[in-house]
Design a protein around this ligand. Sequence first.
Ligand SMILES: [Zn+2]
Length: 115
Amino acid sequence: MKYTGSCHCGNVKFEAEGAIESGLACNCSICQRKGSLLWFVPRANLRLLTPEDQTRSYLFNQHRIEHRFCPNCGIHPYAEAVAPDGTPTAAINLRCIDGIDLAAIPVHHYDGRAR
Ligand SMILES: [Zn+2]
């Protein structure tokens, strides 16, 4: 299934393909603050509909994850990283996907703080 999503102001728009089976709520220092609900897909399944340079990246700690956000409205629609198996991966914030019923999606809690 193909989904569309965006930041709040529309400066960052994307489509993503895959099955949304669950969302991951992580308690690490940044996810806790963002309140994001993450859906992981291969980076190839995420297609930006707006120029990538309209996002900014926030990097911290080991700089392994690019936390993409909109510099205009401040929303964080996705992050990019390379999975342990070498696959470029996108962690899409389900809260930025259009027209889905978040309450119907099972949430898995992940202890990112302990990693
Ligand atoms: Zn925006």
